[in-house]
Design a protein around this ligand. Structure first.
Ligand code: MV4
Length: 448
């Protein structure tokens, strides 16, 4: 096992990784920008290294500085967290070239899944269900017309290098296709420096359901069930649940066995999440994320497993200590992402947190790097706390979340706490009957 791990991240996820290391007897190295000198992840780590000025490109994305920090502190491995360098194949390669272990998938798998066309190609060959669409990249507007005529409108043009909704355009009929084609390509070029695009049938009211997997280096792959992440606004998730309110145990098992068999053939290793759209009882793969995700705690709560410890053990070459049938799904978990934003306009609200009080009690977990007197810097993601609850069923989990939200205090800045309370009180949310478009409308209605 590793003696020392460098955590190439900040905020709550840096703490999350530190906690797993601490319990495993592994020392930790924090890296931080000058804006984060007093941050909680720096305070808790065994050692810390300042890697640059506030702007992420000069610090948390500064590969040379991070590798130097790992070398001078004698770290054995690097955990990238999520965001920043976590899905950068080049970074994973350089970590390994410096004689360190990258706690994540192989650079080749990161690269493959970063190319959405290559990812779909792989899943198609491995019999994972997909949204109908173009067989690969669209080479011309004529080809786009031909594919659209075949799969029928509405269609969606997506960037191969995309994800997160950038470079994505809907064409509802043939006369909208040329415009969608041009705009999607231009946006893809501007955002990613790559104008490759592909086409899919547009699903108009799907749910976003993702499956968590782990693969060891001995050919074993297991899944930990699904998370329903349909509650999002402008591609920012707000609430996640495990399991999905619409999935039966049989559906979960069917999807899980398809996916684990596919990833086993692919030789995948470490943690991964496959994203699906679910509509009319059908699953369609859209993308795969090759990192630990923000919302991983809801899976941990229902499965009773520490995904970060598992990632570390896998990277150290240990085999998974259990099989699929040992993984049980107990109860229901919900996560609320509390951000430093105005709960109505979503304007960023960094600044000093005069008072911070975390809720507690049975089935309540708070992953946060906040403390009373901490100043939320303006340079990074606005996530300040993940409030996670676990209960025997969904109704009790919602009741528990309402109770926990009412106890939580983050004073001095604006946060999305009031929005979360309103969502939890809403009858439609409580019914579980919502799609990826539900929150957009809910927020608009609140704004009046
Ligand atoms: C789609 C779709 C409808 N049909 N693909 C958005 C981001 C990217 N990860 C995939 N996205 C979508 N792909 C087809 N064929 C609708 C979306 C989408 C979406 C997906 C998941 C979560 C939130 C979303 C919000 C808007 C659109």
């Amino acid at each position: 096992m590793f003696g020392k791990v460098l955590i190439a991240n900040r905020g709550e996820i840096a703490l999350r990784v530190h906690r797993a290391c601490q319990e495993m007897g592994i020392r930790t190295v924090a890296v931080h920008s000058t804006a984060d000198a007093t941050a909680m992840h720096v305070r808790l780590a065994d050692e810390s290294v300042c890697i640059g000025p506030p702007a992420a490109r000069d610090s948390y994305l500064n590969v040379a500085a991070i590798l130097s920090a790992a070398t001078i502190t004698g770290a054995d491995a690097v955990h990238p967290g999520y965001g920043f360098l976590s899905e950068n194949a080049r970074f994973a390669e350089m970590v390994e070239a410096h004689g360190l272990k990258f706690i994540g998938p192989s650079p080749d798998h990161i690269r493959m899944m970063g190319d959405k066309i290559a990812a779909k190609d792989a899943m198609r060959r491995l019999d994972v269900p997909l949204v109908p669409g173009s067989p690969g990249a669209l080479e011309s507007l004529d080809e786009a017309r031909a594919v659209a005529d075949q799969i029928k409108y509405p269609v969606l043009i997506k960037a191969a290098a995309g994800g997160g909704g950038r470079g994505m355009k809907v064409a509802r009929s043939a006369d909208e296709l040329e415009e969608a084609w041009r705009v999607a390509r231009a946006e893809a070029k501007a955002a990613f420096g790559d104008d490759s695009v592909y086409m899919e049938k547009y699903l108009d009211r799907p749910r976003h359901i993702e499956l968590q997997v782990l693969a060891d280096t001995h050919g074993k792959v297991v899944h930990f069930g699904e998370r329903d992440c349909s509650l999002q606004r402008r591609h920012q998730k707000l609430v996640e649940e495990a399991g999905s309110p619409v999935l039966s145990a049989a559906d979960r098992e069917a999807l899980g066995s398809r996916v684990t068999s596919a990833l086993s053939k692919l030789g995948y290793r470490n943690a991964g999440t496959l994203e699906f759209l679910w509509q009319d009882g059908q699953f369609a793969f859209i993308e795969m994320n090759t990192r630990l995700q923000v919302e991983h705690p809801v899976t941990e709560m229902v499965c009773g497993i520490d995904l970060v410890k598992e990632q570390i053990r896998i990277a150290a070459g240990e085999p998974l200590g259990y099989t699929q049938k040992d993984i049980q799904f107990r109860g229901h978990a919900i996560e609320c992402r509390i951000t430093a934003e105005d709960p109505e306009t979503f304007a960023p609200s960094p600044g000093r947190v005069n008072t911070y009080h975390a809720p507690g009690g049975l089935g309540v977990r708070v992953d946060s790097a906040l403390y009373s007197g901490y100043t939320v810097p303006p340079h990074y993601d606005s996530l300040v706390a993940k409030l996670v609850v676990h209960a025997p069923n969904r109704a009790e989990a919602i009741a528990r979340m309402r109770r926990a939200l009412s106890e939580m205090v983050v004073a001095g800045i604006r946060t999305t706490l009031p929005l979360h309370q309103a969502v939890m009180e809403d009858a439609e949310f409580q019914s579980g009957d919502y799609t990826i478009h539900w929150l957009e409308r809910f927020v608009a209605d609140r704004q009046g």
